[in-house]
Design a binder for this molecule. Structure first.
Ligand code: F42
Length: 149
């Protein structure tokens, strides 16, 4: 589903700059977490209160064409705000992994499926495990699947 409306960049400068550079270069630049070499994706959601277009950089955790979206927020006690946007409308999601963004739908994972994707996530980005140890909050994981056009 297209997410039209006013784009409101992240208040975090390094995030909004990474997203701008990633999009301007079609994913050729600003496509890793700082100098870690670990790849990121750009996820667009719709603000569940403002209706604005919101964009978030997340670690790239891909398997068979699907992507895990890990609401880690560095192990903080609260979910990142984009979590609430996805809960409010799981169909208002655009994933960009490289040059071409695509419409997607998410579902929040539980049980064995979440455990399997969590393992993939920690393999892709080991600090996720530390983040989960750091907080009582169970870090939510969504899986994003490309919409059939
Ligand atoms: N964050 C993660 O949680 N997981 C990752 O794997 C991850 C990787 C990553 C890689 C590179 C990078 O540069 C950043 C990375 N981040 C990762 C950080 C991520 O990009 C986000 O900055 C972070 O998760 C926080 O997301 P957030 O949605 O909480 O951002 C806040 C700061 C924000 O944008 N707040 C806005 C504001 O104005 O304060 C509001 C945003 C919003 O969606 N508002 C809603 C609306 O209606 O417009 C209302 C939402 C509500 O219910 O209150």
């Amino acid at each position: 589903m297209p997410i039209d409306g006013e784009y409101e960049p992240s208040p975090f400068g390094w995030v909004r700059n990474q997203i701008a550079e990633y999009e301007a270069s079609g994913g050729a630049r600003a496509n890793t977490l700082r100098d870690t070499g670990l790849p990121v994706i750009i996820v667009t959601t719709r603000g569940n209160k403002s209706g604005k277009v919101r964009k978030t950089a997340l670690m790239r955790v891909e398997h068979d064409g699907e992507y895990a979206l890990v609401a880690s927020m560095g192990g903080s006690p609260n979910h990142p705000v984009w979590y609430h946007n996805l809960v409010a409308d799981p169909t208002a999601v655009i994933i960009q992994d490289g040059p071409e963004p695509f419409d997607a739908t998410v579902r929040q994972l539980t049980g064995d499926e979440k455990a399997a994707w969590w393992e993939r996530a920690v393999t892709a980005y080991p600090p996720y495990a530390e983040y989960q140890e750091r907080t009582e909050r169970e870090i939510p994981v969504f899986v994003a699947s490309r919409n059939n056009t």
